[in-house]
Ligand binder design. Structure first.
Ligand SMILES: Cc1cc2nc3c(=O)[nH]c(=O)nc-3n(C[C@H](O)[C@H](O)[C@H](O)COP(=O)(O)OP(=O)(O)OC[C@H]3O[C@@H](n4cnc5c(N)ncnc54)[C@H](O)[C@@H]3O)c2cc1C
Ligand code: FES
Length: 264
């Protein structure tokens, strides 16, 4: 079993990313070198009536400064509390938790699909791949949202040098439609056995990506979200059914699963 550690860290930066999205950076984080794309941290909130920690994907790491970043959207009480943190506030983190995206082969084209608040782990994956020597032009970064205001950090993504494909449902920025439709048009006429998909987003999107991967014969991985009371594989509050039978814990066996593995 992995060694688990809770750590008290300080907020070192807070960015308001507009449209109720925020970025928080924490440090010094002693476990920064242990972090990998796909993993998450479980954050304790100071309010005594908020029982459960909140899971947040790691969006970036800075090993020199020993910092990690999360990006989130305010949707309820937990994220409202998180959005009120300011520089210098102390936070209790458990992690890094969960398994990781696997790196593709250097000869493969990586299709990274981030939908809405599923974008942070794909940002980390793209950055990690570029830093690990992958050709940025072998990375297709699809980022889907409802409208222009949902597509964050554009300059940051472009600076990585990856092929950036923004997609919005209302067509206010990038291609119009659903992210999976944009991917479907992109892969037409291309060598699909040399492609790998990595995706995180809302469940209907992940189901559509799973179907697409199976239909087109493209291997890949999906990062799932589930309610996570403990986050460490003990309570079974996060289980999902597997296609081969049985169940898996999203927190400890995931959150990353192969395309075709989970019943979505
Ligand atoms: C692996 C993983 C990674 C995630 N990464 C991100 C991310 O990068 N960015 C992002 O914006 N969101 C992320 N989420 C979702 C995030 O953890 C929150 O659940 C979500 O933002 C809900 O917001 P809230 O806490 O404000 O909602 P609330 O309204 O406070 O909570 C929503 C409901 O869920 C219940 N709930 C909340 N937390 C838990 C828990 N731990 N266990 C059981 N029930 C719970 C609450 O009781 C309530 O009923 C991730 C979730 C998982 C599992
Ligand atoms: S959250 Fe408790 S087992 Fe996964």
């Amino acid at each position: 079993m992995k060694k688990l550690a809770t750590t008290t860290v300080s907020v070192t930066a807070r960015r308001d990313l507009r449209n109720d999205y925020y970025s928080l950076t924490f440090g010094p984080y002693p476990r920064v070198t242990k972090c990998r794309p796909g993993q998450f941290v479980h954050i304790r909130l100071p309010e005594t009536d908020i029982l459960f920690r909140r899971a947040m994907s790691i969006a970036s790491v800075d090993t020199d400064r020993r910092e990690i970043e999360i990006i989130f959207k305010v949707v309820g009480r937990g994220t409202t509390v998180l959005s009120r943190y300011r520089k210098g506030d102390q936070v209790d983190l458990l992690g890094p938790l969960g398994n990781t995206f696997s790196l593709p082969k250097k000869s493969e084209r990586a299709l990274l699909l981030g939908g809405g608040v599923g974008y942070p782990p794909l940002l980390y994956m793209a950055t990690h791949m570029v830093r690990s020597g992958f050709d940025p032009k072998s990375i297709e970064f699809f980022y889907g949202g409802r409208s222009d205001r949902d597509i964050l950090d554009r300059t940051r993504i472009k600076k990585l040098g990856v092929n950036f494909h923004p997609v919005t449902e209302d067509g206010s920025f990038g291609q119009k439609g659903l992210i999976t439709h944009a991917v479907e048009s992109f892969i037409q006429g291309q060598k699909k056995d040399r492609m790998r998909i990595f995706a995180c987003g809302p469940e209907p999107m992940l189901k559509a990506v799973d179907d697409l991967g199976l239909r087109e014969g493209i291997n890949g991985e999906l990062s799932l979200e589930a309610p996570m009371p403990c986050g460490i594989g003990v309570c079974l509050g996060c289980v999902v059914p597997l296609k081969q039978g049985g169940h898996a814990r999203v927190c400890a066996d995931g959150p990353v699963f192969a395309i075709g593995e989970v019943i979505l």
